[in-house]
Design a protein around this ligand. Structure first.
Ligand code: SAM
Length: 258
């Protein structure tokens, strides 16, 4: 059983090899948790703006955002600059929404939406490559830094968003510290520009958005277990609450030297 799926707009590029039916089904559980959100991460508007500023985007640049979600960052760039961007995500739910949102924004730049796995992302090189909040695609921070770093030109910038251990506590085993992350970035041949740490309040606000989304989605069609993900949202929030005691969410921006 599935929730009825919207049509994929013709302008969406489906990356060869993508099993679209499987993707609709696999990403369906996340739809009720995210459907009304712009930013699908524990970042406030202002925090996203700071990351965008650090990426130093200028007119004429080519951008790639891997796991772009609803495409908010690329849409903001395209509202301001004549850029040429690709937003890629494996969830048809979010890619269709990104395409729908594009039609409602006044853009001076171009954004194309690609449906497919991050591992199939085009190689570029691009001026700016980002992956914010999907480091599992490359099995962690190091793989993600390498993947975006491989796709950026000398002088170009990357952004990677992930969890890391808090500075003031021992992180769980296997979780990188800030110092580990800097070492990873440098080992990939990139120069760290800055780390943008989300405030605790931003994380709380994200959790509240998830709960509110799950509630609104469930109430729209009472009694439908596929649409009622309030239990899943509550479990997620418990995980997040536990994580917050030991982890922070941050976005690193780095540059490939010329
Ligand atoms: C936490 S959200 C972040 C979205 C966006 N970067 C943002 O900050 O708003 C993670 C995104 O990764 C996408 N995703 C998960 N696995 C993926 C994969 N293997 N390839 C591409 N996208 C993937 C999900 O569909 C989701 O949109």
């Amino acid at each position: 059983m599935t929730i009825p799926t919207p049509e994929i707009p013709r302008e969406v590029v489906i990356v060869p090899g993508t099993d679209v039916d499987d993707a609709w089904e696999r990403y369906q559980p996340f739809e009720p948790l995210h459907f009304q959100q712009d930013i699908l991460n524990p970042m406030s508007d202002a925090e996203l703006e700071r990351v965008m500023e650090a990426l130093a985007v200028r007119p004429g640049m080519r951008l790639l955002d891997i796991a772009c979600g609803h495409g908010e960052m690329l849409l903001r760039f395209a509202q301001r600059y004549r850029i040429d961007a690709i937003g890629l995500d494996e969830s048809p739910w979010v890619i269709v929404r990104a395409a729908q949102r594009t039609a409602r924004r006044r853009l001076v730049g171009t954004v194309r939406w690609w449906l497919g796995s991050g591992t199939e992302a085009p190689r570029g090189p691009f001026d700016v490559v980002t992956c914010i909040g999907a480091s599992w695609i490359w099995h962690g921070f190091a793989g993600t830094v390498a993947a975006v770093g491989d796709r950026v030109r000398p002088g170009g910038r990357v952004a990677v968003g992930d969890l890391r251990a808090r500075d003031d506590v021992d992180g769980p085993p296997g979780i990188l510290t800030r110092r580990d992350q800097i070492a990873v970035i440098e080992a990939a041949g990139l120069v760290p520009i800055g780390e943008f740490v989300s405030a605790d309040a931003s994380w709380t606000a994200y959790q509240q958005r998830i709960l509110a989304n799950a509630e609104a989605y469930a109430l729209a069609t009472p009694g439908d277990p596929l649409r009622d993900r309030r239990q899943m949202a509550a479990e997620w929030l418990d995980d997040h609450r536990r994580d917050r005691e030991r982890l922070v969410w941050s976005v690193w921006v780095a540059e490939r030297p010329r």
